[in-house]
Structures are given as C-alpha cells and as structure tokens.
Design a protein around this ligand. Structure first.
Ligand code: NCD
Length: 318
C-alpha cells in the first residue's frame, strides 16, 4: 500500500499507485457497507469536522456517514449560521476550529484555492469536498471506482465528459485522474462551456454530441451550473437539451454497453433525459452514490494512518 499524502486537496498531487491504493481499500469498504453491521474502527477516537460553505446533499451526507461508520466523532458546522456571516475570515474560523483539536477537516468552499490555503493553517488532515471550479477529488475517485467496477479496468477506456465543463470542478478532477490512469478523454459541449486553455489538458474536443459519443465506453454527463454563470452561455435550456441533452438516440452512438454517469444533482430534461437516468441497464448514477461513501471512508482511513504516523514520529523526536 502506498499513500503518502497528508491532505487530499486534489487529484493533481496523487501518484497513480496512490489512486489505486484508495480504490482498492474502497472496494473493501463497499463490502462492509453491504453488511447489516457496518462499523469499522479506523477512525475510532478521532474528531471529524465538516465545513460546507456551499450547499451539498450527497457529498456532505456521505462524508458524515463515512466518518460515523469508521467510529469518528463527526460534527457538521452550520456555515450559513456561523461567525463568517459576522465578518470573520475563513482563516480565523479555521484557527478557531483548529484549537478544538480536530483530526480531519472536510471543507467545501465557493473559491478555488480556499481549501489549500486553509490546509496551510491547521495541523490536521484536510479533505477538499469541492473548491470553486478547481477540484473535487473524492468525486473523481468515486467515479473512477464506479468505472473500474463496471468495466473491470480503469485504463485504455474511451470516456466522454459532456456539458458544462467550464464551470465544473468534477470535470477537472476527472480529466486529471482519467489521464493519469491512461484513458482517452473527450470533452463534448458547446464552445462557450469549454474552459480556457483546453489545449493543455491533453484531451479531444467535440461540439457535436453524436460524434463525441461515437464508440465511447463511458458517458459522463454534467449539470448545467447556472449559479456559476454570469451571462448568456446557452441560447435556452430547450435548445441546449436538443443539442447536448443525453437521450436514447444520442446514446445509441456510444458502445452498446456504454455506461451513463452523472455526479448529481441532475436537471432532468436539461442535460439528461429522465428515462436514461433511471435505466438500470445503462445508468450507474445510484452506484456512484454508493461508491461515494466507500471512497470517503478509504480516503479518511488512509489520511488518519498518515496523521497517526506523523504524530508518533513527532513524539519520538520530542
Ligand atoms: C457536484 C459539485 O458540487 O461540484 N456535485 C457533487 O458533489 N455531487 C456537481 C454539481 O454541483 O453539479
């Protein structure tokens, strides 16, 4: 097992063997989570604080459940109601929490880079639960686990990431992860929703959905992220659905056994047809949610091991 990180701030710093280590351990936790008795003790005695400065359903719930299943004391800070509203800075809030001796800090923040900054100020392990348009590492890891289990491998696959790529930290983390694991990634969407500097990503780009989906193994759809748009990125939702919404006809251009993914929350009838999303023969959207809990258990378990080892070393040195 190799995993040398102190924090999980993004996919960028991870070595491919570290990605495999997380996914292998997550497979064990999938088995545990399917038992009636779901308790492990990897985080026993540790304190986990979840700080979500942006709304979240799946991510927050699964981090909470993951911590509880492994025996941590889990606290959710209600960031909307916290002193941030009274003008306290992110760093002051972090230092206050740090004084309560947390071991794991799970942070979602609307600004890219905010979680990295926070990690420099605290002496516990920090997990990025999504920072602005930057990274969402546990989402990419749960997507990778879902793909590996459905396809039996995580290399040499053709994967189309479709829709609002420009505003998506999910897309960014997935592009990095899937590239590191030697897959062929295509981005499919209108030019207005592709990020600047796309050339550096090492991906193929399509603005025609049928061409973009041709013979792919995996179709990953993204939510149209209206809250991050400050102008007219698309003509209308109807027009967008017509050109880029995933329906049975467009999906027929992918491989016959291609899987359909979506990180949630979904806009049915905008980026994806509801029937495709619910089709248990094609859609792995519910599996993604299941893998989310297991991947977060694995990530926190590995970080806690490194945290304990670092603390022991410090005690020996002192
Ligand atoms: C994503 C996010 O918050 O970045 N959701 C999630 O974590 N499952 C994607 C999105 O909001 O569209």
């Amino acid at each position: 097992m190799t995993f040398t990180q102190r924090h999980l701030l993004g996919i960028e710093p991870l070595h491919p063997t570290e990605i495999t280590t997380i996914l292998d351990l997550a497979d064990d936790y999938v088995r545990l989570n399917r038992q009636p008795q779901k308790h492990g003790d990897a985080l026993a005695g540790l304190t986990q604080i979840n700080m979500f400065f942006e709304n979240s359903t799946r991510t927050q719930a699964s981090f909470e459940l993951a911590g509880q299943r492994l025996g941590a004391d889990v606290m959710n800070m209600a960031m909307q109601a916290s002193s941030i509203k009274k003008g306290e800075t992110l760093i002051d809030t972090a230092l206050t929490l740090n004084a309560m001796h947390p071991d794991l800090l799970v942070v979602r923040h609307p600004h890219s880079g905010a979680v990295d900054l926070l990690a420099q100020k605290v002496n516990c392990a920090v997990l990025n639960a999504g920072d602005g348009k930057h990274e969402h590492p546990t989402q990419a890891l749960l997507d990778a686990l879902t793909i590996r289990r459905a396809k039996g491998r995580l290399h040499r696959l053709n994967i189309a990431i479709c829709g609002d790529i420009a505003h998506s930290r999910v897309a960014r983390s997935n592009i990095i992860l899937l590239g590191k694991m030697e897959n062929r990634v295509r981005l499919v969407g209108p030019p207005t929703l592709l990020p600047a500097g796309i050339g550096e990503f090492g991906v193929e780009v399509y603005d025609d959905m049928r061409e973009g989906l041709k013979d792919v193994d995996v179709v990953m759809m993204l939510r149209l992220q209206r809250e991050r748009m400050d102008g007219g990125f698309i003509p209308s939702e109807r027009e967008y659905y017509h050109r880029y919404g995933l329906d049975a006809e467009k999906l027929s251009h992918a491989k016959p056994d291609a899987i359909v993914m979506h990180p949630g929350p979904m806009n049915r009838g905008v980026e994806i047809d509801g029937e495709i999303a619910d089709d248990i023969n094609r859609s792995v959207i519910q599996e993604q949610v299941e893998m989310g809990v297991a991947v977060r258990m694995a990530a926190m378990d590995l970080l806690a091991r490194n945290l304990r080892a670092a603390r022991e070393t410090r005690e020996v040195m002192a």
